[in-house]
Design a protein around this ligand. Structure first.
Ligand SMILES: Cc1cc2nc3c(=O)[nH]c(=O)nc-3n(C[C@H](O)[C@H](O)[C@H](O)COP(=O)(O)OP(=O)(O)OC[C@H]3O[C@@H](n4cnc5c(N)ncnc54)[C@H](O)[C@@H]3O)c2cc1C
Length: 284
């Protein structure tokens, strides 16, 4: 299959991108790494007559760690996330999660912006961004604004981003303590049957802070507030872990598909969340 004919644009500024989106409206779409968009175009599931390539916009690239705040440009590739030592030091869960995305070929081109903006519940980065309590930075014709990652996802492929806006980057506080991103998939290169991100800090044998989020276990990523409430203040002992796992599984809402029926996915979710909490605890 080949895509239908389209006009190709390669602006070099965010304003240039916004201008083209305003000019061509519903007929235009931005392209980042193309790993999700090109397959859709090849199958002719989407009729796009103006493709706006973000690759020429240098301001959308790069990773900075400044005063405890991590900022990542939307066009930063998953390969760059993995190979950044500064990022591995500031938020090691990013490298752990990124290494579990697809394969090196996909990761050389797939971007953090495309991964989080797409709204695909199977993508790993939206769940990861819930775990990190990230902030998304958007730019549009009316200027810039920020949206919490935990408020961004409305339904599968529906997000708080307006059609005439682009995501310019994400930011979050550098993490300390223990972390884990655990993922169960059918084979290398597959999307998650279930995945979970966990952050934990311990203080004198008691959990001082925690974050738990799920990937591909609902039509949006799931931040597990009840599981967090159970863990914080506990010793993260067997009883607390079991209660937190139950709360996380209760927060999930998977659908049956080629990766399995609902009961199976909930079972896998429980195994994965338990592994992630225990791994984070052991590193805290
Ligand atoms: C074989 C295969 C396996 C994969 N496995 C996984 C996996 O296990 N886990 C996982 O997380 N991902 C997986 N992916 C997806 C991949 O990691 C990419 O992150 C994903 O395709 C989107 O990133 P992209 O840069 O390619 O975006 P594109 O495909 O270019 O864009 C995706 C969508 O986002 C929009 N978009 C892109 N950038 C922006 C922006 N800055 N602002 C606003 N909108 C934007 C585009 O218009 C488009 O609608 C897989 C992909 C393939 C091909």
């Amino acid at each position: 299959m080949v895509p239908g004919a389209f006009n190709y644009h390669r602006p070099d500024t965010v304003d240039g991108v916004i201008g083209l989106l305003g000019e061509w409206g519903d007929d235009a779409r931005v392209i980042a790494g193309g790993h999700s968009l090109i397959p859709v175009m090849k199958q002719r599931l989407s009729d796009i007559s103006h493709l706006i390539d973000l690759a020429g916009v240098d301001s959308l690239k790069g990773i900075s760690v400044d005063g405890g705040t991590v900022t990542i440009g939307a066009m930063t590739t998953q390969h760059e996330l993995i190979t950044s030592d500064a990022l591995a030091s500031a938020a090691p869960i990013i490298r752990e999660a990124s290494l579990q995305i697809a394969d090196p070929q996909v990761r050389y081109l797939g971007t953090i912006g495309g991964n989080v903006a797409n709204g695909d519940p199977a993508n790993d980065m939206p769940g990861l961004m819930q775990t990190l309590d990230a902030t998304y930075h958007l730019a549009g014709p009316n200027g810039t604004r920020t949206v919490s990652a935990r408020d961004f996802y409305e339904a599968a492929y529906f997000t708080a981003r307006e059609d005439d806006e682009i995501l310019t980057g994400v930011s979050f506080a550098a993490t300390g303590g223990g972390y884990a991103y655990e993922k169960q998939k059918r084979k290398i290169g597959d999307y998650a049957t279930a995945a979970a991100g966990v952050l934990l800090t311990m203080d004198g044998g008691s959990c001082a802070s925690a974050s738990v989020a799920l990937t591909n276990l609902s039509d949006t990523p799931v931040y597990c507030a009840d599981a967090v409430d159970i863990l914080v203040g506990s010793a993260v002992d067997d009883a607390a872990v079991a209660a937190a796992v139950k709360a996380a599984v209760d927060a999930s809402d998977p659908v049956a598909d080629t990766r399995g029926p609902v009961d199976f996915k909930k079972y896998v979710a429980g195994v994965i969340v338990k592994k992630a909490i225990e791994s984070a605890r052991s590193r805290a």
